[in-house]
Design a protein. Structure first.
Length: 177
């Protein structure tokens, strides 16, 4: 009975997915996540978004690529100040990041920057993922023995994207309740 009640509660909640994408891979991943959620997700490109839009949601997904040596792409650096205007204390936030295992010493480092920022602002961070199946040496995106969110590697393992996104969305459906 509790599962049915939780499922009904979840189905009435809106999820805002905010992403930054310079070359399109993060956008395509965001669209896949939306599809897997079955319509409960609204996509927001951060280049055209504001703090007011973030405030509308208690469930958030944020996606970004990693550039250079563990850095966020420019769109996210410009958007970060918007987060200061949002009270994250009653919000659950899940993160996903595109990173390449070709750079094992700074794998998915951009996600760590966003994770730490949101944690200091009081967000409840969900969606941590196991590290199995990835080849890396160092990642600031580790929290304990898991990654602080989903990591997608479209350069080395594009064939894993659908499976990883499906499993992560299934996990989030439970954690977002």
């Amino acid at each position: 009975m509790q599962n049915k009640i939780d499922n009904i509660r979840f189905k009435t909640k809106k999820i805002g997915l905010f992403y930054g994408s310079a070359h399109g891979d993060t956008k395509r991943t965001a669209e896949l996540i939306k599809k897997k959620f079955g319509g409960r997700v609204r996509l927001h490109d951060i280049t055209a978004s504001s703090a007011e839009e973030l405030k509308r949601y208690n469930l958030l997904i944020m996606g970004l690529p990693t550039y250079h040596v563990g850095e966020m792409e420019d769109h996210w650096y410009r958007f970060l100040p918007q987060l200061d205007a949002v009270d994250f204390h009653n919000k659950k936030v899940a993160l996903f990041c595109l990173g390449s295992q070709m750079f094992p010493m700074s794998f998915a480092g951009a996600m760590a920057i966003l994770y730490k920022t949101l944690k200091t602002k009081g967000a409840t961070l969900v969606g941590a993922c196991k590290t199995e199946g990835y080849l890396w040496k160092k990642s600031e995106a580790m929290t304990g023995n898991v990654f602080c969110g989903l990591i997608i590697d479209e350069l080395i393992e594009p064939e894993e994207t659908n499976t990883r996104v499906s499993a992560w969305v299934k996990q989030l459906k439970k954690e977002f309740i």
